[in-house]
Ligand binder design. Structure first.
Ligand code: PEP
Length: 253
């Protein structure tokens, strides 16, 4: 990645960790973090542990994220959480469009766009996840799918929000499978995403971070993060233990 983009290493804890477990993991990460680390660090616990982790991270540079949001501000939407509630719980970031939301909860590109816009209005920084399935890759539709998800996800983006976005390229076939895109495969898609961002965001494309996600581990992090258009990692499994997550943070310099 280029020097003007600070890498972001993001841990998605998915549906793991009780409040006590989440607090303990956050504490280990805070205590183990090298104060000279180049990367910005973020963790995304489940909703129920957000406040506990916010307390544990208070006064540290580690940022808090939610894993999803609803687009409405408030109302009769049983089970849903609004962007303002996430802000109130201490979140800086929110992940939208994770493939597990698309796959298990039916989130469409339109839904994801509404979530992204609502997050921005509330003052959160959305991390928009995009990526192709194995069938789409085999049918050579990767770039088409990624372009559509990006265009639809960013539809109607207000001009002033161009600087407040993170994109995560996560090939679905690499998430939680132990399969990783090769650095070259990932870089090819990241460079394509950057070219689209130049179209959609203009100059802000140069400072927008594009993370890679999909079975990132301490063993493959350095080779992925060394690619010119890979500006950090969205990490699932390897973020659930402090030692592996801290090693990935260290790989970013
Ligand atoms: C993810 O949750 O976004 C992810 C990439 O998971 P894993 O690192 O486990 O593949």
């Amino acid at each position: 990645m280029t020097t003007e983009r600070q890498p972001l290493i993001a841990g998605n804890w998915k549906m793991y960790k009780t409040q006590g477990e989440a607090r303990a993991l956050a504490r280990e990460i805070r205590q183990g973090l090298n104060p000279g680390a180049r990367a910005e660090v973020m963790v995304a616990p489940p909703y129920t542990a957000l406040a506990a982790v916010a307390g544990e991270l208070a006064g540290s540079p580690i940022r808090l994220s939610a894993q999803d949001t609803f687009w409405e501000g408030q109302g009769a939407y049983t089970g849903a959480i609004s962007p303002v509630m996430l802000l109130d719980a201490g979140c800086h970031y929110v992940i939208v469009g994770h493939s597990e939301r698309r796959q298990h909860f039916g989130d469409t590109n339109r839904d994801i766009n509404r979530k992204l816009l609502a997050a921005l209005v509330a003052g959160l920084v959305p991390i928009l996840c995009i990526g192709e399935t194995i069938e789409e890759r085999q049918a050579e539709k990767t770039l088409k799918v990624v372009a559509e998800q990006l265009r639809d996800g960013l539809a109607g983006l207000p001009g002033e929000a161009r600087e407040r976005l993170v994109i995560a390229y996560e090939p679905v076939w690499a998430i939680g499978t132990g399969l990783t895109a090769t650095p070259e495969q990932a870089q090819e898609v990241h460079a394509f995403i950057r070219s689209l961002l130049r179209e959609f965001l203009g100059a802000a494309a140069e400072t927008t971070r594009v993370l890679y996600g999909g079975s990132v581990t301490p063993d493959n992090a350095l080779s992925l993060l060394s690619q010119g258009d890979i500006d950090g990692a969205l990490v699932g499994g390897a973020s659930l233990k402090s030692d592996s997550f801290l090693k990935i943070i260290a790989a970013a310099g």
